[in-house]
Each structure stands twice: as structure tokens, then as C-alpha cells.
Design a protein. Structure first.
Length: 251
């Protein structure tokens, strides 16, 4: 959306910027109003959720732009999360999520700070703000868990699985702390993973014990070795002196 849309009901919001290395830096935005009938131009979306037409819109923009980025902006954000989500059109013609950071150039930092302060609904008390942050985090956490459960149930019903998503889910499951002797949790972790971790820990412990023994042996035997070396050196010198004495007397 843009303030220049005025009385137009439908506009195309376009973000302008530049690409530096692997970063896409957006520095400007504008709205292109149009008055085509909704029956003729049906690629409509208004956020803040994603719709089926978002993919078609991104492909359409791709006819004019080599690297189209779909940005979904929530202007009525109630939580402390960033009000922008960005997606890039992948090789498999799917929308891949991108990380978004709200920043500014040096001469715009003050204005952006005021903007972020205004769109953030604070209560004025630090404790209440912390509680709101915890509440919003739990709500988002619950929503994410619901999405994961639905995705896994769809896979169980026959939907094709994505290996990258399953790898991320496996990392999440492996990172859950074990708080009890629950059999179901052990099944989730997997016996093979637990055995692998235990073997690694035992191997590291054995290496440490061996190194400690080497250190102790060095501490004990090094002084003894020095004394023996000194004795052998004195013996060699004594033998050499005796040989020289014998030679001189024989002459």
C-alpha cells in the first residue's frame, strides 16, 4: 500500500531497490493504480496472509523483472514481529522465504527509528511489554506447531514430502531437551541417534583420560630421565678422561 493511492481501490504496489552481492536493498516504493474490472484482472491479493494468486502475481512480475520478490506487508500488526515477509520465486516455481531486516541509510536512521516506535504498540511499562512479548511468542509458537502437525498429517495421507523441510524438523526434534524417562520421547529421538551421541561422548572421555595419563607420565619420568642422562654423560666423560690418561702415561 502507499499513501499516493488516494481514492483508488486497487493498486499494484512496487518496491524499488538494488541488489548488492546476496542482499536485496529496497530504498523506495510506489503504487500503480488501475481501474480494470475485477472480472478481467483477477490476480488480486491484499495480505497479510498468502493466497494462491500470489504465485501467479510473482510470475507475472517476472515477465518484467528478472528476480521478482513478493513482499507481504501487514499494516495492522498487533505483535512485535517484523511486519514484512518476503518470498523469492525458486527454480521449481515455488515461493521460498527470505530473511527481512528493517534498516536505513545513515541519513534515514532517525526517521526509521521513529516509524518503528510508532507502529509498535507498547503499554508504557517494561514488565507488561515483556509479558506481551512472551504471550506473542507463545501464540506464534503454537501456530508454528499447528502448521508442522498439519504438514506431517498430510504426508501421512499421501502428500509428497520435502526432504529439506523434514531435515529442519529432525533438527528441531533432536534439539528438544530430554526431561524425563518417557518412552515416547525416546522413540522420537531415536535409539540410533542416542547411541551415536553416547559413543562420541565416551570416545572424547577416553581421549581425555589417555592425555591425562601421558601428562602424568611425563611429569614423573622426565626428571628421572634427566638424572640418568646426567649420569651417562658423566660416565662418558670419565671413560674419555681415563683413556686420555692411559695414552699419556703410555707415551
Amino acid at each position: 500500500d502507499h499513501y499516493k493511492r488516494q481514492s483508488y481501490k486497487r493498486v499494484i504496489g512496487v518496491l524499488l531497490g538494488k541488489i548488492e552481492k546476496s542482499q536485496i536493498i529496497v530504498t523506495n516504493s510506489l503504487a500503480v493504480p488501475f481501474e480494470e474490472s475485477e472480472n478481467q484482472f483477477f490476480l488480486d491479493t491484499s495480505g497479510p496472509q498468502m493466497y494462491k494468486t500470489d504465485l501467479k502475481i510473482t510470475k507475472t512480475i517476472g515477465l518484467f523483472c528478472d528476480t521478482p520478490i513478493l513482499a507481504i506487508i501487514n499494516v495492522h500488526l498487533e505483535s512485535d514481529d517484523i511486519p514484512v515477509q518476503a518470498f523469492k520465486l525458486g527454480v521449481d516455481e515455488s515461493l521460498n522465504h527470505l530473511n527481512v531486516v528493517i534498516g536505513a541509510d545513515e541519513n534515514e536512521e532517525v526517521g526509521v527509528e521513529h516509524l518503528l516506535r510508532n507502529i509498535k504498540s507498547g503499554t508504557g511499562t517494561t514488565l507488561m511489554d515483556k509479558l506481551n512479548n512472551i504471550k506473542n511468542s507463545l501464540i506464534k509458537y503454537s501456530s508454528s506447531l499447528g502448521n508442522i502437525i498439519r504438514y506431517l498429517m498430510e504426508i501421512e495421507d499421501g502428500r509428497e514430502s520435502n526432504q529439506e523441510i523434514l531435515k529442519v524438523l529432525q533438527k528441531i526434534i533432536n534439539g528438544i531437551p530430554k526431561l524425563g524417562e518417557d518412552v515416547e520421547m525416546q522413540e522420537i529421538y531415536g535409539v540410533e541417534l542416542i547411541n551415536t551421541v553416547k559413543c562420541s561422548e565416551i570416545a572424547i572421555l577416553l581421549v581425555l583420560i589417555i592425555e591425562i595419563f601421558h601428562l602424568m607420565n611425563n611429569k614423573v619420568y622426565n626428571p628421572i630421565k634427566k638424572r640418568y642422562d646426567t649420569i651417562f654423560l658423566d660416565s662418558d666423560q670419565l671413560i674419555l678422561s681415563f683413556q686420555n690418561f692411559t695414552k699419556n702415561n703410555s707415551r
